[in-house]
Ligand binder design. Structure first.
Ligand SMILES: Nc1ncnc2c1ncn2[C@@H]1O[C@H](COP(=O)(O)OP(=O)(O)OP(=O)(O)O)[C@@H](O)[C@H]1O
Ligand SMILES: Nc1nc2c(ncn2[C@@H]2O[C@H](COP(=O)(O)O)[C@@H](O)[C@H]2O)c(=O)[nH]1
Length: 402
């Protein structure tokens, strides 16, 4: 075994004299990475109902209040913190259920570094841990009227438990049948611009004269429901997502001809003549970029709708029967309130029975973090979890592997 077991013990020092005005409840935890101590815990202010973060810089002796991105975990009955790889902290929520027990606070990942540069402040980002390897999100792009929405609706109707739609924000007016929060989050430009400044968006773009964007939360909500996220966004948005840390599959939908595209836009009857002309002008540039920019993994022609839909399903590995392709959820865990956390290389041992090291330990849960992927913005996937009876079981085969 490579490394001596290092016990990570919660560090609940109450009453940090930080001069920032944020008081903790006294059940916070702390983790040290480099010269910085990250203090994480439920703030005393009941109205926030969220887990807060403060940083103590050992060198300057100053407290820093970072910009906190991503959905924050709701305060639980206590937290354990385990630093991982110098760039993130694993947070285990005590007494929580399997869908809410593992979180990551990213402190120096690529996403955090980029956000620090663009926001000009200290930044940390929350990312919830998802057990197992859920499928990559699917980005569907293409000119207005090509049939993206139609294909996505067909997919979600045939596989309701498998796909979830990322509900975008837009400043355009809603159409007759569109519902706020379902088709889009309809919003004002000034509100959306402020939210963009606050780092709430994974991507955004000016499309046909309006602002459209995918919030980090829109993608996270779908991941939390255990479904594969589908994004319907324009080519500029697809380029931004491609450049982000969200790993996705990128599909571009092409019309059979510009004339057919125009027919479809007109027959949909949702745009004025002026808007149709604008969308058709933009379509030309989008087609060129879609085919040649290297953003997209696949191009599909939507001539015959059924054939195009079959092609889409094939790309997504769904050409078998729906029943055969329903996914199974990985086994969950429920964490008791009292537990002891130990990190040994890429394994986090959660001892729920608090047995002595070397002796048989009941209720030992192993979190294997060796295959993590994804992360903020969005969820951290690839977390493997299993229960064992003893420390030796937890490291069976470890010598051969390490
Ligand atoms: N293969 C097809 N053949 C004929 N009509 C189609 C086909 N695919 C979609 N349509 C029709 O074309 C119109 C535009 O489709 P849809 O609204 O899905 O496009 P879209 O790409 O989502 O557009 P937007 O980007 O503006 O949201 C709709 O009326 C739809 O019924
Ligand atoms: N970059 C983004 N583009 C988006 C988003 N949501 C939708 N879209 C694209 O906008 C056009 C027009 O849509 P419409 O509903 O007004 O017809 C279309 O190409 C969509 O793909 C987004 O969040 N980001």
């Amino acid at each position: 075994m490579g490394e001596a077991p290092a016990f990570i013990v919660d560090d609940p020092q109450s009453g940090f004299a930080n001069g920032l005005g944020l008081k903790f409840k006294g059940c916070e935890t702390a983790a040290i990475i480099g010269d910085r101590k990250y203090v994480i815990g439920p703030a005393n202010d009941e109205s926030t109902l969220a887990t807060e973060v403060q940083i103590f810089d050992e060198i300057s002796g100053n407290w820093v209040m970072p910009t906190v991105l991503g959905t924050k975990p709701k305060p639980g009955k206590g937290l354990s913190a385990v630093p991982l790889n110098e760039d993130r902290i694993l947070i285990i929520k005590k007494g929580s259920t399997s869908d809410d027990c593992i979180w990551f606070l990213e402190v120096d990942t690529e996403y955090v570094r980029n956000q620090k540069k663009s926001l000009g402040t200290e930044v940390v980002a929350w990312s919830k841990g998802v057990l197992g390897n859920s499928e990559k999100p699917v980005v569907i792009s293409g000119p207005s009227g090509v049939g993206k929405g139609t294909l996505i609706t067909m997919l979600m109707k045939e596989f309701p438990s498998m796909f979830g739609f990322s509900v975008s924000h837009t400043t355009r007016a809603s159409r007759n049948m569109e519902k706020d929060g379902v088709h889009y989050h309809f919003t004002d430009r000034s509100v959306m611009e402020n939210e963009i400044k606050d780092g709430k968006f994974l991507e955004f773009a000016n499309v046909h004269g309006n602002l459209y964007g995918t919030s980090v939360e829109a993608v996270e909500v779908v991941a939390d429901s255990g479904k594969r996220c589908i994004l319907d966004i324009d080519v500029q948005g697809a380029r931004s997502v491609r450049a982000s840390s969200l790993e996705a599959i990128f599909i571009f939908i092409c019309p059979p001809s510009m004339m057919e595209l125009e027919n479809r836009l007109r027959s949909r009857g949702t745009e004025t003549e002026e808007q149709i002309q604008k969308r058709l002008r933009n379509a030309k540039a989008e087609m060129e970029q879609g085919k040649s920019s290297g953003i997209f993994d696949y191009i599909l022609y939507n001539d015959n709708l059924e054939q195009c839909y079959e092609g889409l399903k094939k790309l997504l590995g769904l050409d078998g029967s729906a029943a055969a392709t329903q996914k199974t959820s990985p086994q969950g865990i429920d964490l008791p309130l009292d537990h002891l956390v130990t990190k040994i290389e890429n394994k986090i041992l959660i001892n729920c029975g608090v047995a002595e090291l070397g002796k048989a330990a009941k209720n030992l849960i192993v979190l294997d973090v060796s295959s993590l992927n994804g992360g903020a913005p969005g969820r951290t996937r690839g977390l493997n979890v299993y229960a064992v009876d003893s420390f030796s079981d937890a490291f069976a085969g470890f010598n051969q592997l390490s």
